[in-house]
Design a protein around this ligand. Structure first.
Ligand SMILES: Nc1nc2c(c(=O)[nH]1)N[C@H]1C(S)=C(S)[C@@H](COP(=O)(O)O)O[C@H]1N2
Ligand SMILES: [Mo]
Length: 310
């Protein structure tokens, strides 16, 4: 493959090259870091946002709990190791690519994304498929606002999300056949799920920018679905015609599907989903249908069998 000569690198050439290779499914050739550096912006340290009044009176987990017990396989399958392993992760500059069935394909720096969409706080329940849960005050904006800006066309039936592939950041992406899962991490939503007002793009939590271990600088949060749908450190958002094959379904289709709606009535093949352990608590509590958001989202699934489409 032809190597790029640094003097030939212009923002346009990188953009075109990256776009081209993304289309071929080889997005990693032109590093996103190089693109980001050309679009460099200083990160906004303090976030201005509209606070959530917490009408459901949810009891928040502490920041300490939410930042020290994580799932981020790109760093480690361990719950605590990503905290240290991600200490030096460079999350700025960072641009996200928007491609596919939209009005204008483009890359936008996270600082510009933050400037475009007014930030708000969302206190949400969060339930991992493994059986632990927490309540977190996220800061960001609903995904539909970003979609309104991108203007998906009539062919756009799903939204596909991809985590950055950069082995210089993520040690497990370096392990080849010994890596824990296949990278890059991919997720997807049906367009109506993506446009639901609860579906959120987070850039912060607990009043501050996201820490690397929680998916800095920008991630998805879908509160009625198991945590693995809430994909971290986004590199690409694409509007697509076909249902994306999400990472955990690809890894183990008997255990994980596309929908992953929190459902206490459908057990995981290896454990019950009826109960959950809240981080920092000793006992267990009952898991709620759609993680407590049934009133808001159950109608999206009235025509499908949630045992089959798990
Ligand atoms: N890229 C990426 N995104 C990811 C994961 C991951 O390993 N890699 N883990 C998922 C899982 S299983 C969960 S439960 C949540 C955890 O988010 P948190 O660590 O911020 O609590 O992130 C999800 N998003
Ligand atoms: Mo999870």
């Amino acid at each position: 493959m032809k190597k790029l000569n640094p003097k030939d690198i212009t923002p346009e050439s990188l953009f075109e090259a990256r776009r081209h290779f993304i289309k071929l499914g080889a997005g990693a050739l032109v590093s996103s870091t190089a693109v980001s550096q050309l679009l460099a912006k200083m990160p906004e340290k303090t976030l201005t946002y509209k606070p959530d009044a917490n009408p459901l009176k949810l009891t928040l987990n502490t920041e300490e709990q939410a930042i020290n017990y994580v799932n981020f396989y790109e760093f480690s399958t361990d719950k605590e190791k990503p905290v240290k392993l991600s200490k030096d992760m460079k999350t700025s500059p960072w641009s996200v690519g928007f491609f596919g069935e939209i009005a204008k394909e483009q890359m936008i720096d996270v600082e510009d994304i933050i400037a475009k969409f007014p930030l708000e706080e969302r206190i949400y329940r969060f339930r991992c498929v493994e059986g632990w849960s927490m309540v977190v005050p996220w800061i960001g904006f609903p995904l539909y606002k970003l979609l309104d800006y991108l203007q998906p066309n009539a062919n756009a039936k799903y939204v596909k999300f991809t985590t950055r592939h950069d082995p210089s950041i993520f040690p497990d992406q370096n392990r080849g056949i010994f890596s824990a899962i296949k990278y890059p991490y991919v997720e997807g939503l049906r367009m109506d799920e993506a446009r639901h007002p609860l579906t959120f793009i987070a850039v912060g939590m607990y009043g501050k920018r996201l820490l690397p271990q929680n998916g800095a600088p920008i991630r998805l949060v879908v509160p009625w679905k198991y945590g693995f749908k809430s994909i971290k450190s986004l590199d690409l958002i694409e509007c697509v015609t076909q249902e994306p094959l999400n990472t955990w379904q690809a890894e183990n289709p008997k255990e994980y599907g596309f929908y992953a709606n929190v459902n206490p009535e459908v057990d995981h093949p290896r454990w019950t989903q009826a109960k959950e352990r809240v981080l920092g608590k000793l006992g267990k509590q009952a898991t709620l249908p759609f993680n407590g958001y049934a009133k808001e989202v159950a109608h999206l699934y009235k025509d499908i069998d949630l045992r089959k489409f798990f």
